[in-house]
Design a protein around this ligand. Structure first.
Ligand SMILES: *Cc1c(COP(=O)(O)O)cnc(C)c1O
Length: 381
């Protein structure tokens, strides 16, 4: 029986050699050679001021929240249609997530609704680039400038994607990438903080290293290191970085393979969209995406439930995505929704993600699309 998984973590053969090298040389702690290589690769590729590899995207966002000096009672504007980490990082600082509705075409925060949600307590905007398709960053940056707010991009899904030529994660004050095993490039658990301005780098290095100036010490800039601020431990083992670096070396190849699958899905499913049976993702002008995800939208929750079962019966794992945060117990406890929930709940209930990973073949995509066509034909009867 056919068995197509939803996700397979990316792996390239060199990862085993690199990890073995770390182990043999007994260099497995943080900020070793491979961590430096990953940071340098990301800096060069994205043009960010500074990249610091972290233990997760969640931790990179926590680090950003600390750098933004978020305090209890501060408000942070974000979409409700996102992963819990987007909110957690700020809730941990005592902040209130203020959820704003999304745009149905990209599932990203609706930039035209942000300004109305601003109060005198608002400190930051956290756009989430869903599926590696950019939020409308010109508008968001303009609002932030006029209201003196920080912008932290949740670019967990955004590596290798751009907005008007700029890498996602490099436009706001801070950007967070994820290298979780479900993402385009992986180190098992891991992430990165992108820092736009040089003035924030030293404090970021200190907080990431338990509040010490150890990074400066290792660079020989001071002769002993000490505790200088609050902090935590956000640096990953170099073994994880070694696993990731092997993928970064062939990042374009991985990206192109994913894009080929994405384009094939789109091409094959476009007739269903043209017939008004499903909706497909939109990539606005000026956005270059990274094929992080391919999704379709069914008519409603009931049809999506039937669709997911049908695909499962035929050996293909299709999954839904976020339950909007404002409807979750913690979302109700810690946050609030500003304005009307026109699209967040409705669109999230229609969306189903199709298999997408490095190694998925075009034949498999064709098989999946064949099943989808069959399903929607059966729905007509
Ligand atoms: C995956 C993801 C995260 C969390 O990433 P971790 O590296 O697992 O912490 C945060 N936000 C979004 C939008 C994500 O997709």
């Amino acid at each position: 029986m056919i068995d197509i998984k939803f996700n397979v973590p990316p792996y390239v053969d060199k990862a085993a050699d690199y990890i073995q090298e770390c182990v043999k040389n007994q260099k497995i702690c943080g900020d070793g050679e491979y961590t430096k290589k990953c940071n340098a690769w990301i800096e060069e590729r994205t043009g960010t001021g500074k990249c610091l590899l972290t233990t997760s995207c969640t931790h990179a966002t926590e680090l950003a929240a600390l750098l933004c000096d978020i305090r209890p009672g501060d408000e942070v504007i974000m979409p409700s249609y996102t992963f819990v980490s987007t909110a957690d990082a700020f809730v941990l600082r005592g902040a209130i997530p203020v959820f704003v509705d999304i745009r149905p075409d990209t599932m990203n925060i609706d930039e035209t609704l942000i300004e109305d949600a601003i109060t005198e307590k608002t400190r930051a905007i956290v756009p989430v680039h869903y599926a590696g398709v950019a939020c409308e960053m010109d508008t968001i940056m303009d609002i932030a400038r006029r209201h003196n707010l920080k912008v932290v991009e949740d670019a967990a899904q955004g590596i290798m994607a751009t907005y008007k030529g700029k890498a996602l994660g490099t436009i706001g004050d801070f950007g967070a990438y994820s290298f979780h095993e479900t993402k385009n490039y992986s180190m098992g658990e891991g992430g990165a903080l992108l820092i736009r301005d040089q003035k924030d780098v030293e404090e970021a290095e200190i907080i990431r290293e338990k509040g010490t100036n150890r990074s400066k010490f290792f660079r020989g800039q001071i002769d002993k290191y000490t505790w200088v601020n609050y902090g935590s431990s956000y640096l990953p083992s170099d073994m994880n970085a070694a696993y990731l670096y092997a993928q970064l070396e062939i990042a374009d190849e991985i990206n192109e393979a994913r894009l080929a699958c994405w384009n094939r899905y789109y091409e094959q499913l476009k007739p269903l969209k043209d017939a008004g049976k499903i909706d497909l993702p939109t990539v606005p002008e000026g956005c270059v995406h990274n094929a992080h995800m391919f999704y379709i939208k069914a008519r409603d929750l009931e049809q999506r439930t039937r669709f997911i079962s049908y695909m499962k019966e035929n050996g293909v794992l299709v999954v839904f995505h976020y339950i909007p945060l404002h409807t979750a117990p913690a979302g109700q406890k810690f946050g609030r929704f500003h304005g009307e929930d026109r699209y967040t709940t409705r669109e999230s209930e229609r969306l189903a993600r199709l298999p997408m990973y490095y190694g998925l073949t075009l034949d498999q995509v064709d098989y999946i699309c064949g099943l989808i066509k069959d399903f929607f034909e059966l729905e007509e009867q």
